[in-house]
Ligand binder design. Structure first.
Ligand code: ADP
Ligand code: ASP
Ligand code: MG
Length: 422
């Protein structure tokens, strides 16, 4: 029988009833003969509550201590889930990330998984005992507890699926959450959004990176790299959700499959600096060493002075500022300024590679909605615009509507083909 990995998100484990329902779902799958590994997030808003608590004790909590604290959220839920499983006769034991063999680098708060020593998981599976693994956490080589960044339990689940090579025996990874699957836009922001039955890794990676919080971007990266099919589905319903995989035949003709909004971006600008050879490498290497993912990069020249600006998630702003400030001090030149209140609205689709007119249509829709565009970035399969956060939802609705994304696949396809001809 194939091995499947079942990951339960915070809202799916927010109270004892939901924990018992999740346990029943796991027990049913085991009863049907599947080998299983379960990954759980912290209950409900536990991670937010723990961060609040930390900030009441220390406004800028020490990173190591914050990881120690946040890791307890997932430890509580795996223990409860394992108890609920045992209660209904399903052999199960909870494991911390470290006990499950999840090894990471040492960057607290946004650690990356470096390897998984999966002997203990394999031994439990061979005894038909269900490992219930705490998501979002691991240990570094020197034994420190680390966390993977907000939403990181998805990545724990797909990484385990990858090392256990579940796909080779027809297995996959199920992400149980509080929506029916991946929608054309966040259904909380765009009422007309519709569920996509399937989406390619490439498109899902872009959407997740650009703000679709339904799955952690690094989970999609692992899925793509190791060929793990990922099924995003509702934890309280039996219905099929969205399959994220390499195959995406239905969608090939669509220029745009979905759109996303990333709120709360900060922009760091460096002015009055000489464009010395190696300058950019120096700045962005220092940010990369801190695992900071930089969004957009802009550079302009004014006489002999250069201006370099980049956007980052708000959560990474304070570290980015410190890194840049230290560097400018060492170089003895340059001025730094920081802006907040920016958002990014994006459209994504592999079909963009072969359809013209997508960008112009997006810009027109934003213009008609009265939204000013502060910067534009594109790749082969996405177009993103930086806008004021106050216009975020309005922008998302405008681009969703202009590409007919709420109309269902066939109507959307007809509309996009019809009006994206040059
Ligand atoms: P979990 O606790 O299960 O990890 P999350 O809150 O992390 O759940 O992710 C689910 C949420 O993602 C949904 O409630 C939804 O508001 C949001 N979301 C954002 N973009 C999308 C999208 N394109 N499709 C579906 N949900 C989305
Ligand atoms: N509990 C963590 C968070 O809230 C991890 C996760 O939910 O995936 O970010
Ligand atoms: Mg999540």
């Amino acid at each position: 029988m194939p091995t499947i990995i079942q990951k339960f998100g915070g809202t799916s484990l927010s109270d004892p009833l939901r924990i018992r329902r999740a346990a029943q779902r796991v027990a049913d799958a085991r009863q049907s003969g599947f080998d299983l590994v379960v990954v759980a997030s912290a209950m409900g808003a536990m991670t937010d509550d723990l961060i609040d608590l930390a900030e009441q004790v220390s406004p800028m909590p020490d990173r190591r201590e914050l990881d120690m604290l946040l890791a307890t959220g997932e430890q509580a839920s795996v223990a409860l889930l394992a108890m609920a499983l045992r209660e209904i006769g399903c052999p199960a034991s909870s494991l911390t990330g470290g006990q499950a063999g999840i090894r990471t680098d040492g960057v607290h708060g946004r650690a990356r998984i470096t390897r998984i020593e999966c002997g203990r998981l394999e031994r439990m599976i061979s005894r038909r005992e269900v490992p219930v693994v705490a998501g979002f956490q691991g240990t570094s080589d020197d034994g420190e507890v680390t966390t993977l960044g907000r939403g990181g339990s998805d990545t724990t689940a797909v990484a385990i699926a990858a090392v256990l090579r579940v796909a080779e025996s027809g297995g996959y990874c199920e992400i149980f959450t509080d929506v029916d699957g991946v929608y054309t836009a966040d259904p909380r922001l765009v009422r007309a959004a519709v569920k996509l039955p399937r989406i390619s890794y490439e498109e899902m990676l872009e959407l997740a990176t650009l703000g679709a919080g339904v799955i952690h971007a690094r989970a999609v990266l692992f899925g793509d790299k190791y060929g793990v099919p990922i099924h995003v589905r509702h934890s309280q319903k039996p219905d099929h959700g969205t399959m994220i995989s390499r195959e995406n035949p239905d969608m090939e003709e669509l220029a745009v499959v979905g759109c996303a909004l990333k709120d709360d971006l900060g922009r760091v600008s460096i002015r009055q600096i000489k464009n010395a050879v190696g300058l950019q490498g120096r700045i962005f290497t220092a940010l990369a060493h801190a695992n900071i993912v930089v969004d957009d990069i802009m550079q302009t020249e004014q006489g002999s002075a250069t201006m370099i600006a980049f956007t980052v998630d708000h959560a990474d702003l304070s570290d980015s500022k410190q890194i840049v400030a230290k560097m400018l001090q060492e170089m003895g030149e340059g001025e730094m300024s920081v802006e907040v209140g920016l958002s990014k609205v994006s459209v994504v689709g592999v079909g963009m590679k072969s359809h013209a007119g997508v960008a112009s249509r997006m810009f027109r829709a934003l213009g008609e909605a009265g939204v000013a565009i502060h910067n534009i970035t594109t790749s082969e399969i996405k177009i993103s615009c930086i806008i004021d956060s106050a216009k975020g939802q309005q922008s998302l609705e405008a681009v969703h509507s202009t590409f007919g994304l709420g109309l269902g696949t066939n109507a959307t396809m007809a509309m996009q083909l019809d009006s994206s001809q040059p």
